[in-house]
Design a protein around this ligand. Structure first.
Ligand SMILES: C[S@@+](CC[C@H](N)C(=O)[O-])C[C@H]1O[C@@H](n2cnc3c(N)ncnc32)[C@H](O)[C@@H]1O
Length: 538
């Protein structure tokens, strides 16, 4: 798995290489294609719903068994809120039900079929006269006209679908334009990792390990921060405040500078970042189509919404569901700084502090190691989307309102470490072992998706829940009998490796130190072994 800087992080994310697998495609069944509602096998009402959200020390929120669960029971069925198909398979994968055919590209189908079908489609505004022929002119990649209709409707109808496709097209144009600009500018490239000179630095927040400590730099002078009047944000940072809240405000402040000064504009996001940009577009276009009104009080009603929702593939998740997904922006910054520290580690005893200027200048942000590590990738992705957004807004008669970095970040850093890979469904998926979901060499990675009701499954290296995708729905199935009160765990990728490797991968890709029982047992065993070895050596 590539580093998170180059690749969006997600549960079971794609391997870096893709293989073409031939000859194993079979026509999807009705159920596979998502044309049937199959939620009846699970009772979705709070009374006997099998899972409940609880807080766990050290892990945040998690799903727990609300009652005893038998092996093989579906404990949750989740519908996606937003998704993106991989660039490699964009013509082979249905944009609605994710059915995949490696041998042929799906037809871009015109919509025919009974008007009744259209009228009965979910989210369809009965008052709006939308004839099936209207859909025919709006293209996409679908395995059937039914999927096309559903996608167009979920995106708010033909006009919004057209606008959405125009935005996707504008992104591709921007990518081509940046590539050719980069080609011309290649000889002029200067080193990106120039050290900041000490006279540029004023006051710092030093980040040692993942805790922030603060101090004043020796060269105190008048802050050299350009265009401060451009920002309404409160910039009165307290150098002694090491909290996530202040770091979060500081990050927003840095983003203000990045956007006002158009920093990192000419970096071309790689294909996984471009996929993430498309997922964000998808989320933003689906938002207006939310079918559920926002609850007046989240804290009281969200869990009820999760457990009472009749999860069917046609139920679009409302965008406000995203607000409940953990935002990993601060964790991401801390993890990036921690990585930088490790890279510059001379000896185990000398951990170099990373110094973050309280009010960084554009030059400091652009040329610092921390700027490159923590902001460059996301800012390049934002710049790409912002340019495409403006272009589309012009071409589509100002159909799009202003698009802020806050909106972008609110999806970007929630996707990070919370989304699920969309893998080709293989026969392994029907198996009973949790390992069946580890898609190693057997299946293709088709994209990724956010399932807001599924983000509460914490990771364990010895999971008791496996996930199986059926069309666009993700089902979570127990792989052993589970007692009431036990926590429910999935795996975030492979758990076949030894503890040190598993743990460093989780740290690098998901920004946490795994505290599952297996890790704790294996780590303490390693420590005992190490002590025994020391005894032997002595
Ligand atoms: C998909 S979310 C799971 C829900 C999360 N606990 C919450 O409160 O939103 C993944 C995050 O949960 C935490 N987490 C999950 N499994 C963990 C584990 N085994 N050990 C420590 N933290 C874990 C990490 O912070 C990780 O980034």
């Amino acid at each position: 798995m590539a580093s998170p800087q180059n690749q969006p992080l997600m549960l079971s994310k794609a391997p870096t290489t893709t293989r073409i697998k031939l000859g194993q495609f079979s026509e999807p069944s009705e159920q596979d294609a998502g044309h049937q509602q199959t939620s009846s096998n699970t009772a979705y009402h709070s009374g006997c719903f099998p899972v409940r959200i609880c807080n766990v020390p050290g892990r945040g929120r998690g799903y727990f068994a609300a009652r005893s669960i038998a092996k093989g029971e579906t404990v949750l069925r989740a519908a996606p809120l937003a998704w993106a198909i991989s660039e490699d398979w964009i013509k082979n994968t249905c944009w609605w039900c994710f059915v995949y055919d490696p041998r042929k590209t799906h037809q871009v189908k015109a919509v025919e079929g009974p008007a009744a079908l259209l009228a009965s489609a979910p989210n369809h505004n009965q008052n709006k006269k939308t004839s099936s022929s209207q859909f025919a002119q709006y293209k996409g990649v679908f395995c059937s006209s039914i999927c096309q209709q559903k996608a167009v409707l979920a995106h708010g109808g033909p006009d919004r679908w057209k606008c959405y496709l125009a935005l996707l097209g504008a992104i591709e144009s921007e990518v081509r334009a940046t590539k050719s600009k980069q080609g011309r500018a290649v000889s002029k490239t200067t080193s990106e990792h120039t050290q900041i000179s000490s006279k540029d630095t004023i006051q710092y927040v030093a980040v040692a390990d993942t805790n922030i400590s603060t101090f004043s730099a020796p060269a105190a002078a008048t802050p050299k921060v350009a265009c401060m009047s451009d920002f309404s944000r409160d910039i009165d940072f307290d150098p002694d405040d090491m909290s996530d809240e202040q770091l979060s405000d500081w990050i927003s402040y840095v983003w203000d500078i990045i956007t006002v000064h158009s920093l990192f504009q000419n970096n071309l996001p790689d294909s996984s970042q471009r996929e993430l940009v498309r997922l964000i577009c998808n989320a933003l276009f689906l938002q207006d189509n939310a079918t559920t009104t926002e609850p007046t009080s989240y804290s009281d009603s969200w869990e009820i919404l999760v457990v009472s929702r009749d999860a069917t593939e046609d139920n679009a998740m409302p965008l406000h569901a995203l607000a409940h997904v953990r935002n990993n922006e601060v964790d991401f910054l801390r993890a990036k700084l921690h990585q930088l520290q490790l890279e510059t580690l001379q000896t185990p005893a000398t951990v170099a502090p990373i110094r973050l200027p309280l009010q960084p200048t554009p030059t400091q942000i652009e040329q610092s190691h921390w700027g490159a590590a923590a902001f460059k990738t996301a800012a390049s992705a934002y710049a790409l989307l912002e340019k495409a957004w403006k272009h589309t807004s012009k071409s589509q008669d100002n159909a799009l309102c202003h698009f802020s970095h806050e909106q972008f970040r609110s999806v970007y850093f929630r996707e990070m470490a919370n989304s699920f890979g969309i893998w080709e469904v293989t026969e392994d998926d029907i198996g009973q072992q949790p390992q069946a979901q580890l898609k190693s060499a057997e299946s293709e990675w088709l994209g990724f998706s956010i399932y807001p009701t599924a983000v509460y499954f914490n990771h364990s290296c010895a999971p008791n829940i496996r996930k199986v995708r059926t069309a666009r729905m993700m089902s979570f199935i127990s792989c052993r009998d589970i007692e009431q009160g036990e926590e429910l765990f999935i795996t975030y990728g492979s758990v076949a490796e030894a503890a040190p490797l598993r743990r460093s991968r989780l740290q690098q890709n998901f920004f946490f130190e795994c505290v599952c029982d297996r890790c704790l047992a294996e780590t303490s065993q390693c420590q005992i072994l190490a002590l025994n070895t020391l005894d032997l050596l002595n």
